[in-house]
Design a protein around this ligand. Structure first.
Ligand code: IMP
Length: 197
């Protein structure tokens, strides 16, 4: 039996996501981003659910490579905004998806609303030998009144997970991974992989 780590293509070009997932995976699994796999492609996210967008990304890469791979799609769901921006989180302030503009729009929409309840939801789509399996991870929390912290990415400066007293962007990656939606979804993927070795 070989001790070599099992390699999976992670259908993303988001290095932040790859770093977070690498910190969660032990030595048994190794991920390789699209760039690292030499795949130059920008996969669209045309659907209205995280599940369908995640499937679009993993299916596209599986069809290209015929190799086991996974993707993930994440949305920030804000209760007082009826679950928006949700699946449109990346493009909330427009198709170009500038992070600062997305955050500004969200804070503006919430304005003085005292209901700051929100959650991050991640859906992983894993394709193994052509068959898809999905894993969900949710992190409950609240939207802060202003940005804080320089770490992380996306909406991290305004999201405080339940049980913490500072934003994701004020945490180290290891601290974020105590609470993280992505971590919870990846743990389910790892359990599946370990059970089905
Ligand atoms: P996507 O999953 O790459 O489509 O991301 C959707 C949007 O949510 C983008 O604006 C990301 O920057 C943001 N996002 C995804 N994951 C996280 C996270 O862990 N923290 C903060 N923002 C995130």
């Amino acid at each position: 039996m070989s001790n070599a780590a099992r390699q999976l293509i992670f259908a993303t070009n988001n290095q932040h996501k790859a770093n977070e997932i690498n910190a969660i995976l032990g030595a048994t699994y190794k991920i390789c981003t699209l760039r690292e796999a030499g795949i130059e492609i920008d996969i669209p996210e045309p659907h209205d659910t995280l599940e369908a967008n995640a499937r679009e990304k993993s299916t596209t890469i599986f069809n290209l490579t015929q190799t086991d791979c996974f993707s993930e799609d994440t949305g920030l769901e804000v209760a007082a905004l009826g679950g928006a921006p949700g699946v449109r989180s990346a493009r909330y302030a427009g198709e170009q998806g500038k992070t600062a503009e997305n955050i500004a729009k969200l804070l503006n929409e919430l304005a003085a609303n005292k209901n700051r309840k929100a959650r991050f939801r991640t859906v992983i789509s894993f394709i193994e030998k052509g068959i898809e399996h999905q894993f969900e991870g949710i992190c409950e929390g609240m939207i802060d009144w202003h940005c804080s912290g320089d770490n992380g990415f996306g909406y991290d400066p305004i999201f405080i997970p339940t049980g913490a007293s500072k934003s994701f962007a004020s945490m180290t990656m290891e601290e974020k991974n105590i609470y993280s939606h992505r971590k919870k979804a990846v743990e389910k993927l790892i359990s599946y992989l370990n059970l089905n070795k």
